[in-house]
Design a protein around this ligand. Sequence first.
Ligand code: NDP
Length: 251
Amino acid sequence: MLARSIFLTGCSRGLGLEMVKQIHPFTETLIATCRNPETASELRELAEEHSHIKILPVDVLNHETFGDVAEEVSSIVGEQGLNLLINNAGISPRSTRINFVTPEAMAETFAVNTTSPLMLTKALLPLLKAGASSDVDEDSDFCIKNAAIVNISSVLGSISNNMGDRSGGLYPYRCSKAALNMVTRSLSSDLNPFNITVISIHPGWVRTDMGGPNAPLSSQESIESLISTLKELTFDKSGLFFNQNGEEIPW
Ligand code: NDP
């Protein structure tokens, strides 16, 4: 088992949907969120087959709804709180080379990829603290016995890694993921006293709508590795950046 309760964003397609498919056998409650449940037919079918998958409508741009989202999550998980938050929803605008990048593309990408994971964490923090301190039997087979926040980032947000190829461009996406990595670092300090582990993970380059058809990994391969890495997650890894195989990535 991975964690008693899990909250996941962006589950309509791509890596989020694949996570729902592969993670649900390893948890008692999976809160799978997406902005339009009515059009997320595969997700709805999964929830119809497995009653521990609960679908909640969440548009991560609607920060003002996060209080209501937290109340709904609280009514699902109860006093035991929330054990794992995976901030997965993300966007990567096209046409982002220097001559085409716009302030609007920068702002929207930051809102989805950076601000939302932080604001969602803030809204769910009381539940994560409850999850971190609620009694999980030391002998239970949950790998995450306290609580953890996993920010799905990208190696394209690594400043050090971009030294070699100097590929440039992708300003909104690269900057938003570099900033998300700093969110991870700051949260890991702030939440250390509460036994909440916070990491960034790059899922690999994956064949999804975002990754495109030439990516080397399938969603199944990426998420299989990512789940194995999460099963090895320990508190001493908080504040670090990994790839899906659990290898550390330089900031
Ligand atoms: P996709 O484009 O395939 O899926 C993106 C998901 O995010 C969709 O479920 C989409 O929902 C959701 N989303 C976008 N905006 C919002 C919003 N405002 N509110 C709620 N949900 C939203 O991308 P991937 O699955 O490939 O990417 C998932 C994560 O992995 C992202 O954070 C991405 O940056 C990261 N990543 C992906 C890589 C890859 O190669 N694929 C590489 C490195 C990182 P909807 O269907 O409603 O649009």
